[in-house]
Ligand binder design. Structure first.
Ligand code: ATP
Length: 329
């Protein structure tokens, strides 16, 4: 549906987006995840034709967003980070204005307005001034305008920012329902949000794409090791002898405890069946296993690692060098 190839955006000497390439398929909810300044808004603004790229190509449904802007934009509904709401208008007036700007008139406009107001559940406030609506309802109006024209793709930049927890839950539910009929791309700097709503996560860091996968695969791909902690009724020496024949154990740390117990921490390569084997190994040795727990690297830890601040490199005589200016391999 959307193809982004080698996209780069520089603001003066600062590279906001660096050699970004990815593919958005029809019918999924995608999440752009990254800390503040990662380049999410810049990428979305370029994908929606609101901002020119320095280099690279974006096509929407096969149409180039720069060369064939009208055709490409028709397929996209966009809610920017700061929605362009007219605060002194009512949602009805505002939606009529946006609908006309998108080329809708007469009964087609009325029918679409009715539909988007029903989807976003703003009928009850449609005659109140937008400035008097709660932030949650203002956001719904912003989403309603993005849906006018029945675009195939809906792009939402930080749709839950500034909302209270109840409003966040409601907007998330709305986004999930939009995912049934649209391809949805949203940005967020909150991992749990993207994890809860999106089928594919694109992690951006300093203008670069550092990962793109399902939440489950990201966990699998980056988790690598699993830590197993156990307590056994045995000496440290006995524990090591019991574990020695088992594969998939990378490191063993033991600590003898009172009452003939031993606390053990194992670094493993993440093999799922290992806990079972450990259990039976202790059983065969007639040593009681009193406790066993596993802890995997969480998606939160993966995100923090992938987007960790790299130290600013300043070479002699080079002046202020901006990270991300070299071309990505
Ligand atoms: N108009 C501009 N002029 C100069 N630099 C800009 C401009 N817009 C964005 N930047 C810079 O480009 C980088 C990427 O910004 P962008 O807004 O795309 O990030 P973001 O991931 O959306 O972050 P946020 O969540 O804070 O909006 C940042 O370093 C930002 O300061």
């Amino acid at each position: 549906m959307i193809e982004v190839k080698n996209l780069t955006k520089r603001y003066g000497s600062h590279t906001a987006v660096s050699n970004l390439s990815f593919h958005i398929e029809t019918g999924q909810i995608y999440g752009f995840l990254g800390p503040n300044g990662a380049g999410k808004s810049t990428t979305m603004n370029i994908m929606t034709g609101c901002l020119a790229a320095t280099e690279g190509e974006v096509t929407v449904g096969g149409y180039d967003i720069f060369e064939d802007a009208a055709q490409a934009k028709r397929r996209i509904g966009y809610l920017p980070e700061r929605p362009p709401l007219y605060l002194d208008r009512t949602p009805l007036e505002y939606l009529a204005f946006v609908g006309q700007a998108k080329g809708l008139t007469g009964s087609a406009l009325e029918e679409q307005m009715r539909r988007v107001m029903a989807v976003t559940q703003i009928e009850s406030v449609s005659n109140r001034l937008i400035k008097n609506l709660s932030k949650g309802y203002q956001q719904r109006v912003g989403i309603a305008q993005a849906l006018l024209g029945d675009p195939e793709v809906v792009i939402l930049d930080e749709p839950t920012v500034g909302l209270d927890p109840k409003q966040i839950m409601e907007i998330r539910a709305l986004i999930q329902s939009l995912g049934k009929d649209h391809t949805v791309i949203l940005s967020s700097h909150i991992l749990s949000e993207v994890q809860a709503v999106c089928q594919t996560i694109l992690i951006l860091s300093k203008g670069r794409l550092v990962a793109c996968d399902t939440p489950e695969n990201l966990e699998k791909r980056f988790a690598g090791t699993t830590t197993v902690e156990l307590t056994a009724e045995a000496t440290a020496e006995e524990v090591r002898a019991i574990l020695a024949p088992l594969d998939h154990i990378l490191e063993v740390t033991t600590r003898e405890e009172p009452r003939g117990r031993c606390g053990v921490v194992l670094e493993t390569d993440g093999e799922d069946a290992l806990c079972r084997e450990i259990f039976f190994a202790f059983s065969r040795a007639q040593k009681a296993l009193l406790r066993m727990t596993t802890a995997q690297t969480s998606l939160e830890e993966i995100f923090l690692e992938l987007t960790a601040e790299a130290p600013v490199v300043q070479l002699p005589g080079e002046g202020q060098r901006q990270d991300g200016e070299e071309a990505e391999g």
